[in-house]
Design a protein around this ligand. Structure first.
Ligand SMILES: Nc1ncnc2c1ncn2[C@@H]1O[C@H](COP(=O)(O)OP(=O)(O)O)[C@@H](O)[C@H]1O
Ligand SMILES: [Mg+2]
Length: 394
C-alpha cells in the first residue's frame, strides 16, 4: 500500500491546527519527512533553516499573507527552488493569478482530489531529484507549460523585440521556471538575431525530427539557456529558401513538446494569421497583441481582433499593448481602445536608439538601460502578462 520511502521533505503551513495535523499525518504515513506549523512566520523560518523540497501552505495564513510568503521564499537562494503548493479552503481566481505569477507552482482547493494531485506531484518530483532541473519547475501534467503568443497586425511594431525582452524579464524574476521562446515568423525569423543565437538547431531542424526523436531530454540538450537571456530558443529560419522546405504539419507537435518540457513557452507569430498560427492562437493561454499609436496599425489591429473574435477568442484571452516604436503620438490610448474594441493594458514608451542598439549588441533592454522607464515598464508588463496567463488557465 505504502509508497517506498523517499528523501523528499515536506513543510506544511496551515493556520487551522486540525487541518495542519491531518495533512502532516497524511504525508508522514506515505514516508515523507514532514514538518508542520500553524504560523506562517515560523514556517518561513523553518523553510530557510531546513530547506524542505516541498512547501504546502494555506494562502489564508494569519500572520503573513500567502503572497508575501511566496515572494520571500522565491527570492531567497535557500528556498528559491522549492516546490510551492498553495492549498486553499476557498478558491479565488485573482489569488490564483497573483500567487502563480509570484512563483507558486500549484494552486489547489482542499479536497480529496487535491491531495491525490499533491501525491502525484511528489512522485514526479522524486523522479526529478536526480535530474539537473529544480523540482520547483514541475509543470502541470495535463496541459503542459503555459503558452503565450505574440501577435501584431503589422511588421515593425516591435513584436519580436518585446517577445524576447519580456521572456528575458520573466526568466530573471522566475529563475525557478524553465522558459522557451519559439520563433515562428516566416519566411525569416529575427529573434535569433536579437539574442545573438549561433546554434545550428532551429525550426527547420526541429521539423525534421520524428516524434520519437523530439523528446524533452533532446530539447533540453539541443539548446541550453541563452546567456544573458535566460530562456531557450527555437530559432526561426534565416533563409527564405529554407522556409519553403519547412514541413509545417510538424509545428503542432513541436509546440506541444516544448510545452511538455518547459514551464512557459513564448511564441513569436509576428503578423501571421494562417492555418498554422490560428490553432496555436486558439490553444494559447494568452495572446499578447502588440499595436502602435498610428492610425494605420490601430485600424489593422481592429481587423485582426475582429477576425480572432470570429474564431471564438474572448477579450480576456488578449493582452493588448501599445508599443511606441516610432515615437509618434498619433492615436491616444483611449482612441485606440475605442477603435480596436479592446482595453489596452500597457503602453511601452519610445526608446529612441536604445532598443536598436541593444538588439544589435544582443543585449536585453533590462541590461542595456536597467534604470530607464522603458526597461522598468517591460519588467512590469512581463509580470502582468504572467499573472493574466495563470488566471486564464484557472
Ligand atoms: N519602443 C520602442 N522604441 C524604440 N524602438 C523600437 C521600439 N520598439 C521597437 N523598436 C524598433 O523597431 C524595430 C522593429 O522591431 P521588431 O521587434 O523587429 O518588430 P516586429 O517584430 O514587430 O517586426 C527595431 O529596430 C526595434 O529596435
Ligand atoms: Mg518580428
Amino acid at each position: 500500500m505504502q509508497e517506498p520511502l523517499t528523501a523528499l521533505s515536506v513543510l506544511i503551513t496551515d493556520p487551522d491546527p486540525r487541518s495542519c495535523q491531518f495533512l502532516a499525518n497524511l504525508f508522514a504515513k506515505r514516508g515523507y519527512t514532514v514538518q508542520s506549523t500553524t504560523s506562517a512566520k515560523e514556517g518561513y523560518i523553518l523553510a530557510l533553516r531546513d530547506r524542505p523540497d516541498v512547501i504546502i501552505f494555506d494562502p489564508a495564513l494569519a500572520d503573513m499573507p500567502g503572497l508575501e510568503l511566496v515572494r520571500r521564499l522565491r527570492s531567497d537562494k535557500r528556498t528559491s527552488n522549492a516546490l510551492l503548493i498553495a492549498l486553499t479552503g476557498t478558491s479565488n481566481v485573482d489569488e490564483l493569478g497573483t500567487l502563480m505569477a509570484a512563483g507558486c507552482n500549484e494552486y489547489l482547493v482542499k479536497s480529496q482530489e487535491a491531495i491525490q494531485r499533491i501525491f502525484e506531484i511528489l512522485t514526479e518530483s522524486t523522479g526529478q531529484m536526480n535530474e539537473t532541473r529544480p523540482i520547483g519547475a514541475t509543470k502541470k501534467k495535463t496541459l503542459g507549460g503555459a503558452l503565450i503568443v505574440f501577435l501584431s497586425a503589422k511588421g515593425g511594431t516591435g513584436t519580436s523585440s518585446l517577445c524576447a525582452n519580456i521572456a528575458h524579464a520573466l526568466s530573471i524574476t522566475h529563475s525557478e521556471r524553465e522558459m522557451a521562446v519559439i520563433d515562428l515568423v516566416l519566411p525569416i525569423g529575427s529573434i535569433g538575431q536579437i539574442v545573438g543565437y549561433q546554434g545550428e538547431f532551429n525550426l527547420l531542424e526541429a521539423a525534421k525530427k520524428s516524434a520519437e526523436e523530439l523528446t524533452p531530454d533532446f530539447l533540453r540538450r539541443a539548446v541550453p539557456p541563452l546567456d544573458p537571456w535566460g530562456f531557450r530558443l527555437l530559432a526561426g529560419i534565416s533563409d527564405p529558401e529554407q522556409s519553403n522546405a519547412l514541413d509545417a504539419s510538424r509545428i503542432p507537435t513541436i509546440i506541444q513538446t516544448y510545452r511538455n518540457t518547459f514551464d512557459v513557452v513564448f511564441v513569436d507569430l509576428g503578423r501571421s494569421l494562417s492555418r498554422i498560427s490560428l490553432p496555436i492562437i486558439q490553444q494559447s493561454d494568452l495572446i499578447v497583441m502588440v499595436t502602435a499609436s498610428d492610425m494605420a496599425t490601430v485600424s489593422l489591429t481592429k481587423i485582426v481582433w475582429q477576425y480572432l473574435q470570429g474564431k471564438g477568442i474572448s477579450p480576456n484571452q488578449v493582452y493588448a499593448l501599445i508599443n511606441r516604436a516610432v515615437g509618434l503620438e498619433g492615436v491616444s490610448k483611449s482612441d485606440a481602445e475605442q477603435i480596436i474594441g479592446l482595453p489596452i493594458q500597457a503602453t511601452i514608451p519610445y526608446m529612441g536608439a536604445n532598443l536598436s542598439l541593444a538588439n544589435n549588441q544582443h543585449l536585453p533592454i533590462l541590461r542595456k538601460i536597467p534604470t530607464d522607464t522603458a526597461a522598468m515598464m517591460i519588467d512590469q508588463v512581463s509580470r502582468q502578462i504572467l499573472e493574466t496567463t495563470y488566471r486564464n488557465r484557472a
